[in-house]
Design a protein around this ligand. Structure first.
Ligand code: NAD
Length: 478
């Protein structure tokens, strides 16, 4: 077990105030490591360091910022197998999924290395004589990054990379379940040539470290991804003190299967969207809304495909579904299985714990046949649990898909161009998929949702500049 996962503050590796163990959900007998946990005072030290480094980093050349980000991206890509192995051990997604996530993190840094060089502005003619108007973007200052556990490399990457590319400094708080991934990413960043204080890592609890970031008047912007409850609470405090806030939160994403869909393709979309990464994706398709005439055939195929999924150790050969990330999450999933049964939904396959060679949080993906008003069809479970809902026709399916407080991603499977166009236009979500799983997005285009799923500007791609920069309008009298 590695025990050197320290915090990184003002260019130095610091021991924490306490330590904690990071578990391996595939093998509870082989923890990943012991890591340092900061308190509010140590977090304040990191914030002060970021604040002091702010002016210097904001005025570095785009070339320097591009070089730093490119170096980080190159190293992540070169070490994607090793980082993927760590991610699989700590979070529990399969090795293939984990290596894919590591590569994605590397590509994101490479993309924003390019963006650092592409900074542009606009020149306007003034309405007054002899005056020119320039509109440019500037960094906002210190960014507090509060991340969830389910994408422990990619989500921090898609926040840290644009923050640094546009000239901000960073205080990064990983989720408690994944300190080793946060540390591994930070260790690479620490050797990339940033000035001391421009990037800081503080592991620890949301209550202490997270709250200190939210409360600090020195933190100008907070980029948060996590649950709706935490996001809503954080927003109140941050807005009260005038900080800029970007929130990416939960989802209850629908996948609509119309009667004319290619059923094999639709089943594959459903299985991947609902159960891969153990269903622990904000974009997971947890509601499968199927037009009545295709319902029986779809359910029969999906039940067999779900039953055949191989659950096991995240590093195991041929494993399709790794363990649930934590005991608490497993208990929450099993709690929802009981809720579903109690409400009268029919559990057609899965839903129980699975014994494997090593002790871990294993669970067979669960498929319910349910009703739109069931709690399992309305509340985010964040596990491998999906519910199939019958729709009378395409209009009914669309209405059911939109009948949710969330609006992150929504999908439709159809062979009809007319229906695809109609659903793309009318699905109330930040992202829409046609004949694709709801989970699985590109890294160079905007990511985010509507309604209770998101708040503030989009993440990723060049749209990230909306959050990480502020606009300046300058008037010059020649
Ligand atoms: P969480 O809300 O429990 O924690 C997220 C982060 O917030 C953690 O780092 C946590 O320590 C921190 N935190 C907790 N309390 C805090 C406080 N009072 N002040 C400041 N920070 C605090 O969420 P989680 O369990 O880590 O992640 C799962 C959730 O994340 C799910 O709801 C999922 O849908 C959501 N998620 C959303 C997206 C998206 O982009 N929309 C992506 C991934 C995950």
């Amino acid at each position: 077990m590695q025990s050197s996962f320290r915090n990184y503050i003002n260019g130095r590796w610091e021991t924490g105030v306490t330590t904690a163990i990071s578990e391996n959900p595939s093998d509870l007998g082989s923890p990943v490591g012991e890591y340092a946990r900061a308190d509010a005072a140590q977090t304040d030290a990191a914030i002060r360091a970021a604040s002091q480094a702010s002016a210097a980093w904001a005025f570095t050349t785009p070339q320097r910022r591009a070089d730093v980000l490119d170096q980080i991206g190159s190293e992540i890509l070169a070490r994607k197998d090793e980082l993927g192995d760590l991610l699989a051990r700590e979070e529990g997604k399969t090795l293939a999924e984990s290596i894919g996530e590591a590569a994605r993190a590397g590509n994101i840094f490479k993309f924003f290395a390019g963006e650092a060089l592409r900074a542009t502005g606009e020149k306007f003619a003034s309405v007054r004589p002899g005056i020119e108007v320039d509109v440019t973007r500037e960094p906002i200052g210190v960014i507090g990054i509060i991340a969830p556990w389910n994408f422990p490399l990619a989500i921090p990457a898609w926040k840290i990379a644009p923050a640094l590319a546009y000239g901000n400094t960073v205080v990064f708080k990983p989720a408690e379940l994944v300190p080793a991934c946060g540390w591994a990413l930070s260790e690479i960043i620490s050797r990339a040539g940033l000035p001391a204080g421009a990037f800081n890592l503080v592991n620890g609890s949301g209550r202490q470290v997270g709250q200190a970031i939210v409360d600090s008047p020195l933190v100008d912007g907070i980029s948060f991804t996590g649950s709706q409850a935490t996001g809503a609470q954080l927003l109140k405090t941050a807005v009260e003190r005038g900080a800029k806030v970007q929130l990416e939160m939960g989802g209850k994403n629908p996948l609509v299967v119309l009667a004319d869909a290619d059923l094999d393709q639709a089943v594959e979309c459903a299985v991947q969207g609902a159960f891969f990464s153990t269903g622990q994706r904000c974009t997971a398709s947890s509601r499968l809304i199927v037009e009545s005439t295709a319902y029986d055939a779809f359910v029969a195929k999906l039940r067999e495909r779900t039953r055949a999924l191989k659950v096991g150790h995240a590093l195991g050969r041929g494993i399709e579904i790794g363990p649930v990330a934590s005991r608490a999450q497993l208990e929450q999933n099993l709690g929802y299985i009981e809720i579903g049964r109690h409400e009268g939904a029919e559990l057609v396959v899965g839903g129980a714990t699975v014994e494997c060679a090593t002790p871990g949080h294993y669970m067979a993906p669960a498929l319910f046949l349910g009703e739109p008003q069931h709690r399992i069809a309305r509340e985010e479970i964040f596990g491998p649990v999906a519910v199939v809902i019958r729709a009378d026709d395409a209009d009914h399916a669309l209405a059911l898909a939109n009948d949710t407080p969330y609006g992150l991603c929504a999908g439709v499977c159809t062979r009809s161009l007319k229906q695809a166009t109609h659903f793309k236009r009318h699905l109330q979500a930040g992202m829409v998929m046609v004949n694709l799983p709801t989970a699985g997005v590109d890294y160079h285009v905007p990511f985010g949702g509507r309604k209770a799923s998101s708040h503030g500007p989009r993440e990723q791609g060049r749209y990230a500049a909306e959050f990480y920069t502020t606009v300046k309008t300058a008037y010059t009298h020649a």
